[in-house]
Design a protein around this ligand. Structure first.
Ligand code: UD1
Length: 351
């Protein structure tokens, strides 16, 4: 059986880590194709090196521009490669523009698409990731939602049960693997960890200002690995110099997966607008303060471990001080064997 896996962004590479290991162990031919969406060393190459991923067989030119330009460039590139490789199945991950381009190129060539992390619905129709997910789901032949909520949404939308498989979240598989390999333990440190890169925040000077002012006012030690998009915007809005001068915020470059997980495992609380890192924090028993008003995993909020603060200064400050959950933390993300089960299902369906 031949699988083409389409990756392009940081969160794709860590998910690929979980799947690739299983494919290698089972002797399955998996061809990795890199769309060029993320291209900086710290956003791409370091993940391949650190996770011992095979070098992609095809790497697109650097993709820059609007979402339309980005997706169109990737589509042209992917169509050509899928025609050459003609795999039994194309694997796409998550909800980034690379996912959308991969699903579209493949479906048009009548190559079945399998979508990992299908079905997540925030009902925020304007959200770029929501659009990507919905379209990729529609074009997919096999759907692998990572949580029960997403599974239920797919069935409610009319996807056929025999094409939808609930095995858990490969984000958890990858996390458990890297922690075990590097003997990382969770402990409560004396710093907060902050990540911020979602379009809803970076496109709004007001939101960015509110969030960062709250963090500065807290006077807590906050480690802040800055995504290139966020850095660009902070410089444009004239906020970066102020941050650099601030003593309680420690500005860091984008982190490798291993270094990020170490930072996360050792923090006191996690402030974020990220989708995947939020789940990693929950699995690592960290109180999560969410800096975007979109809820992706309702259960994390319901059980009290994730608190939505958005860009509300008062709520952020209050959560930094008082969000100290210690109650029940249900196993929302499976048992760490999702990748294994997904690959087995791909073999059953497409070999
Ligand atoms: C993308 C995903 C987002 C995901 C995030 C993880 C979409 C719609 N968004 O957002 O869901 O959570 O990746 O990081 O696909 N840039 C660099 N260097 C790089 C990569 C990007 O400077 O290595 C710059 C680009 O030139 C662009 C900006 O950052 O100006 C945004 O990059 P883009 O890939 O469009 O989206 P992300 O913000 O990374």
């Amino acid at each position: 059986m031949k699988i083409v896996s389409i990756v392009g962004t940081r969160p794709n590479f860590t998910k690929e880590y979980a799947i690739n290991d299983v494919c290698r162990a089972k002797g399955i031919e998996e061809i990795i194709v890199h769309t060029g969406q993320h291209y900086d060393y710290e956003m791409s190459d370091i993940f391949f090196k650190e996770l011992n991923l095979p070098r992609p067989k095809y790497i697109n030119e650097i993709v820059k521009g609007s979402h339309g330009t980005e997706t169109a460039t990737m589509l042209v590139f992917l169509e050509e490669i899928l025609e050459i490789e003609n795999p039994d199945v194309t694997l796409v991950y998550g909800d980034v523009n690379s996912t959308l381009a991969g699903a579209l190129a493949s479906a048009k060539l009548r190559i079945p698409v399998a979508h990992i992390e299908a079905g997540l619905r925030s009902k925020a129709w304007h959200n770029p990731e929501e659009i990507n997910r919905r379209v990729a789901d529609t074009l997919s032949d096999a759907l692998f939602p990572h949580i029960k909520e997403a599974y239920d949404s797919l069935l409610a939308e009319g996807f056929r049960k025999e094409n939808v498989y609930l095995y858990g979240d490969i984000v958890k598989d990858a996390l458990l693997k890297i922690m075990k390999k590097n003997k990382i333990k969770t402990k409560t440190g004396d710093y907060f960890l902050l990540t911020l890169h979602r379009a809803e925040n970076t496109e709004s000077p007001k939101r960015l200002k509110n969030i960062l002012e709250a963090v500065m006012e807290s006077r807590q030690h906050v480690k802040f690995p800055v995504h290139p998009r966020t850095k660009d915007k902070l410089v444009t809005y004239g906020l970066f110099a102020k941050l650099e001068r601030n003593k309680n915020i420690e500005i860091l470059p984008p982190q490798s997966y291993l270094n990020f997980i170490k930072l996360l495992a050792g923090c006191k609380k996690f402030l974020t607008d990220s989708g995947s890192a939020r789940r990693e924090a929950y699995i690592l028993e960290k109180p999560v303060i969410t800096l975007i008003d979109i809820v992706w995993v309702q259960e994390m909020v319901k059980c009290g471990w994730s608190r939505i603060a958005g860009d509300d200064k008062k709520k952020i400050l209050d959560a930094m001080e008082n969000h100290n959950p210690n109650g029940n933390r249900p196993e929302i993300f499976g048992d760490g064997s999702a990748a294994q089960k997904i690959v087995d299902t791909l073999i059953q369906r497409y070999a």
